[in-house]
Every structure is written in structure tokens, then in C-alpha cells.
Design a protein around this ligand. Structure first.
Ligand code: R5P
Length: 297
């Protein structure tokens, strides 16, 4: 109990100094609650406002994709370099050592696989996400597909449940075989996610008009890498996306299927956080790759 007498009198009230209103550095996020902001700050570096998320959740719809056959061998060595891990709860418990202490963007929706029609999904229990100490909940949103309404209901339910626990939601714009990845479609899909309350949107980069996709999405956008490209092209895509308004990448195959995945994730970080050109990033990639080769010979 505080002493009633003998305390030093309060005198340092800072009269005349306005209290810092603590503006927040991520777009559309200033009015969020403290827990959500704290989790977003674990994912997006407060120094650069950017993130390099490592995506290895592909197995939940694609099975053992090339590069993910043995995630204990291929993904674990990459974990230390990633800002955030995007994975399923299975992978998290099976291969990610809890000692890494990295923010997790948990794959929160699940359903059909590539063998049938994608995006017929449900969502998990929020208690499971809390048990796993998730920093973000990733939900597939398939605008324009037969399962559009179902996936938007999943997004809504996730935002409601996550918000109760201070966990932000990532709306993942799915692209079905029948949908075109142009700026018109990606703008619509991204905006639908944000208007429904997604705190972050993951979408694809498009060569024409990506700046319109990013500008018309009122929350941070991260881009998926998509199918494997030559390393320099993947770095160019990351550079262009950042220059045109993306707040980072959530990249999988272009990292773990690279010739040297550890060198590649470092090169991507140099581009995203270090503001390096794609050419400089590629130079770094080759240097790191050659160093490793020389050390193993
Ligand atoms: C998306 O829905 C997938 O589950 C991956 O997380 C995403 O596509 C990112 O991986 P990639 O860079 O290989 O496209």
C-alpha cells in the first residue's frame, strides 16, 4: 500500500509541452487497438515500414511442393532471415522451433485442394490461434469465384474473432484459374478485403497499374511472389512493387525454390528494407551464393 505521508511531491507535469499523440506508421492503422498495432509492429519493421514474410503454407492446398518436401531441411535454415513466417498450424508445430521467436502469420482458413475446386474453405478456432501466439490470421478471399460469399464470410468471422484478441487479419486475394490478375481485378479484390476490415492485404503484383492497386487499398499491401522466376526477375518484381506502394513481400517459391534460398532471402531483404536496386540485390545474391560455394569446396 502506498505510504500516506513522506512521499516526494509530484512536480514534473510538463506544463506547456503537448503530449505526443503517437501517430502510427502504417497506413489505415492509426485507429487500431494497441495489441493489433503491437503485432503489426512485429511484422512490419517500424524503422522501414516494410516486411519480408516467408510463405511456406503451400502444402495445405498443394501437398509437398518442390522445395517444401522436407521443410525441416529447407525452411528451417531460412527462418532466421525472415521478418515473419506465413505457415499452417501443422508446419508451425512440426518444424518451427518456438525458440525462433518470429511473428507468425497463421494460415487460418482451410478447405479444398488443387485436386478439386479451390477456396471452399472454413476457418479455425480463435483459441487455437491464441495458443499458437499468432501475430496475424491469414484468410483466403476468392473474389469472383463461386465461393466468393463464403470466403468473405470467413474473412468477416476472422476479423471479428481476431479483433476480440487483438490479432490482425491478412486478407489473401486468391486467384482462381478462371480469373485474370490485372490491376482492375486486384484493386477490386484488395479493396473488398480492406473495406471488410482486413488489416493487411496480400495480393499479386501486376506489370500494368500496380500503383493503382496499392493506392486504392487503404491498408498495407504485401505481394505474393507467385510461380518461380529467374532470381533477377523476382528481385525486379519486389523492387517495382515497393516503388509502387507495396509495404513488403510475402514470398514463397521465389525464395525456397531459388538456386540458393538463403542468399535469395537476404537479397530480397536488401531490396525491400535496404532500398537497393534489383541489380544490387542480384549482385548480393551472387556474392553470397559464390561465397557459400567456395566455402564448401
Ligand atoms: C497463397 O495463398 C499461398 O498460400 C502462398 O502463401 C502465397 O502464394 C505466397 O507464396 P508464393 O510467393 O510462392 O506465391
Amino acid at each position: 500500500m502506498a505510504e500516506a505521508q513522506g512521499n516526494i511531491d509530484s512536480k514534473d507535469f510538463g506544463i506547456g509541452i503537448p503530449q505526443d499523440n503517437q501517430g502510427y506508421y502504417l497506413k489505415g492503422s492509426a485507429n487500431l487497438d494497441w495489441g493489433i498495432k503491437d503485432r503489426l509492429a512485429r511484422i512490419f519493421s517500424p524503422a522501414t515500414g516494410k516486411t519480408v514474410m516467408l510463405a511456406f503454407d503451400h502444402g495445405y492446398i498443394m501437398g509437398p511442393t518442390s522445395g517444401l518436401e522436407r521443410m525441416d531441411l529447407t525452411i528451417v535454415p531460412l527462418l532466421a532471415h525472415a521478418d515473419c513466417l506465413m505457415c499452417t498450424r501443422g508446419a508451425l508445430r512440426q518444424i518451427v522451433p518456438p525458440t525462433f521467436n518470429k511473428p507468425i502469420s497463421l494460415r487460418y482458413s482451410a478447405g479444398s485442394t488443387v485436386l478439386t475446386e479451390l477456396n471452399d474453405e472454413c476457418v479455425m478456432d480463435i483459441a487455437e490461434a491464441v495458443r499458437l501466439n499468432a501475430s496475424m490470421l491469414a484468410v483466403m478471399v476468392a473474389i469472383g469465384s463461386r465461393h466468393e460469399a463464403l470466403t468473405i464470410r470467413n474473412l468477416t468471422a476472422t476479423i471479428d474473432a481476431g479483433s476480440r484478441c487483438g490479432i490482425p487479419t491478412l486478407g489473401v486475394t486468391a486467384v482462381g484459374k478462371e480469373l485474370v490478375r490485372d490491376s482492375r481485378y486486384l484493386s477490386l479484390a484488395s479493396r473488398v478485403c480492406a473495406e471488410n476490415g482486413a488489416h493487411v492485404v496480400k495480393t499479386y503484383y501486376c506489370d500494368e497499374g500496380f500503383e493503382k492497386v496499392a493506392a486504392s487499398c487503404p491498408v498495407p499491401i504485401v505481394i505474393a511472389g507467385g510461380k518461380k522466376l529467374p532470381e533477377l526477375d523476382a528481385l525486379k518484381m519486389a523492387r517495382n512493387a515497393i516503388d509502387q506502394g507495396a509495404c513488403g513481400v510475402d514470398m514463397g517459391r521465389n525464395i525456397f525454390q531459388a538456386d540458393d534460398p538463403i542468399a535469395m532471402i537476404q537479397a530480397v531483404k536488401a531490396v525491400v528494407h535496404g532500398n537497393e536496386s534489383a541489380a544490387k540485390g542480384f549482385e548480393l545474391y551472387q556474392t553470397l551464393k559464390n561465397e557459400k560455394r567456395n566455402n564448401t569446396n
